[in-house]
Write a protein that binds this ligand. Structure first.
Ligand code: ES4
Ligand code: ZN
Length: 335
């Protein structure tokens, strides 16, 4: 697009990317060999080489199909240095895409469940965050997500483990991700209620594969402050008006939605509807190593499908800054 240099230089924030989702096939094979982990190539030939794996990533059939690769692959992350490298590589790339501030997700349960210490994960990610702030001048926040496919009791244990970090602000907030269908948000009511009482920021994936009703539930039962994906919001006009009125941010991930077949083409996403209805949204990469696109690729894909004006793009980037969980002085410095 002729707007590419403009879109790149726009000061922007990213709010919806999973650090584990930036694990590329090439880093995966490097870590597997360094950590002496055997990938399940005999059960699934996609794990034969980085090339065969990348090729498989062009044919995801659903969120769950993708999640299978996502959880197997993160099994190669063992040491603090592995987590640090993963996050650092992402921050370098984000910087070159014009990201000034990144709020990134991670899934502690996916690591503790396989015997990795919670502290190993957080310490590694935190080191990369500190380095990003010092060497790249990219500010960062870590958001811990609960995975919906594990029992709620597992979430409660994880919350207790993370509680001191959440209260001290070392972690910026909580989110909810993984398999959506059959896992209604209300199941996490208790832990979200506790977080709210403690003044902890809350977001959740809702309306990605699941219905608009799950967005409504996440608002009423979890009292979330942000909506991740939220593409089904356009199916419920009353709810959409409420979200617009409350100036809540919807964190959209266009290439993810396309690759996981939530939509047949980017043009199906409710971007125009959101712009016309005053719904604030940001554009994000979700799992850049799996959906062949970092944040700028997502901006460009939206531009190709919708042909937005320079003014509209400036407004979208501004909304991404204002919807961030950083303090006002940082927002002013970015804008
Ligand atoms: C995810 Cl695309 C997506 N949806 C839900 N949960 C996730 N975790 C990582 N990527
Ligand atoms: Zn996501």
């Amino acid at each position: 697009s002729p707007l590419h240099p403009f879109l790149q230089s726009l000061p922007k924030c990213e709010h919806h990317m999973h650090l584990e989702g930036s694990l590329s096939p090439s880093l995966l094979f490097t870590l597997a060999s360094r950590n002496k982990i055997t990938l399940p190539a005999s059960a699934d030939s996609a794990f034969t080489s980085p090339e065969t794996l990348l090729d498989r990533y062009t044919r995801f059939t659903s969120l769950d199909d993708f999640l299978r690769y996502y959880y197997i692959s993160m099994g190669c992350l063992i040491y603090e240095a592995d987590f640090e490298q993963l996050a650092w590589d992402y921050f370098v790339r984000a910087k070159s895409d014009g990201v000034m501030h990144a709020e990134v997700f991670f899934d502690p349960q996916a690591h503790t469940e396989r015997g990795i210490d919670y502290e190993t994960v957080v310490n590694g990610f935190e080191k990369a965050c500190k380095r990003a702030e010092q060497e790249l001048e990219v500010t960062t926040k870590l958001i811990m997500c609960f995975v919906r496919h594990l029992p709620v009791e597992h979430t409660n244990e994880t919350y207790i483990q993370a509680e001191p970090h959440l209260v001290s602000g070392r972690l910026a907030g909580i989110g909810l991700d993984s398999s959506e269908e059959g896992h209604p948000p209300r199941k996490w009511h208790e832990v979200y209620g506790k977080a709210k009482k403690q003044g902890i920021r809350r977001t959740a994936h809702a309306g990605e594969e699941g219905p608009a009703e799950y967005i409504r539930e996440a608002l009423t039962h979890l009292d979330i402050e942000r909506i991740d994906h939220g593409i089904r919001l356009a199916d419920d006009k009353e709810l959409m008006r409420e979200v617009a009125e409350r100036k809540m941010l919807v964190t959209m991930c266009p290439l993810s939605n396309l690759k996981l077949r939530c939509v047949k083409e980017i043009g199906e996403l409710p971007i125009r509807t959101f712009l016309d209805s005053g719904v604030s949204f940001s554009i994000n990469s979700d799992d850049p190593a799996y959906f062949s696109g970092y944040i700028l690729d997502n901006y460009c894909a939206v531009q190709e499908a919708f042909g937005l004006t320079v003014q509209e793009w400036e407004n979208i980037a501004k909304a991404s800054v204002n919807g961030s969980w950083c303090d006002g002085s940082r927002k002013d410095a970015i804008l």
